[in-house]
Design a protein around this ligand. Structure first.
Ligand SMILES: CC(C)(COP(=O)(O)OP(=O)(O)OC[C@H]1O[C@@H](n2cnc3c(N)ncnc32)[C@H](O)[C@@H]1OP(=O)(O)O)[C@@H](O)C(=O)NCCC(=O)NCCS
Length: 187
């Protein structure tokens, strides 16, 4: 019997007159590696420590291939924000679980030069809709470092609510760090 939901989605939505949100593609590798190099100091405080290959085209091509293959088997779904053909942000559904949970964890970033224009809020709002209507998930979860004020604003603006604090939750920038947990029930 075919499932009622899509395993991976082809998706495209304009977030602004110039920025589009769409599924991640293998051909984004060069632009994505360039975006990560350009945004290294912007993202490092909020991300796991990255290996040198993360900033190279071949490394990104390999990581994208793995993530796209995982999307095809229904384990997650990566999306990119694209402006004039260049990747200017990303948002992903990770650790997608079916069975009685029907949930995924969401993470995102926006190019430093393009922050403060509502892009992350618009992207997260669009991904919530895809998760509910195309992937038919029941719940999305997210976590933020307590001092990541911008990310916490984005989560609240997209309808997430705060669940509480998780000590030593994720290893970020090489250190186990406490996080604030959020979720949004979709149905
Ligand atoms: C977090 C991030 C994705 C936000 O992207 P963005 O496109 O600027 O987000 P938006 O413009 O949609 O919303 C940002 C909100 O945070 C607020 N904000 C920004 N900096 C802030 C600060 N230092 N203190 C308090 N609020 C802040 C903005 O005013 C806005 O809220 P408002 O709409 O109520 O005015 C971006 O800053 C980023 O990529 N950060 C690094 C990676 C990261 O932290 N990812 C999330 C990990 S949980």
């Amino acid at each position: 019997m075919r499932p009622r939901y899509a395993r991976s989605v082809q998706f495209e939505q304009a977030l602004t007159p110039t920025v589009t949100l769409r599924e991640a593609r293998l051909e984004d590798a060069a632009s994505l590696a360039a975006a990560y190099r350009r945004n290294r100091s912007h993202l490092e405080p909020w991300d796991p420590a990255r290996p040198p290959s993360f900033y190279e085209v071949a490394g990104q091509r390999q990581m994208l291939a793995t993530r796209i293959a995982a999307a095809e088997t229904g384990e997650g779904q990566p999306f990119h924000l694209v402006e004039e053909g260049e990747v200017v942000g990303g948002i992903s559904l990770n650790q997608l679980v079916r069975g009685p949970m029907q949930k995924a964890s969401v993470g995102y970033w926006v190019d430093r030069e393009r922050t403060g224009r509502g892009l992350a809020t618009a992207a997260l709002t669009a991904v919530v809709e895809v998760a509910a209507t195309r992937l038919r998930l029941h719940r999305l979860e997210a976590s933020a470092l307590p001092h990541n004020a911008a990310s916490r604003r984005v989560l609240l603006a997209a309808g997430f609510s705060e669940l509480g604090s998780a000590p030593s939750y994720l290893r970020i920038a090489g250190t186990w760090q406490d996080h604030v947990l959020y979720h949004r029930v979709l149905d």
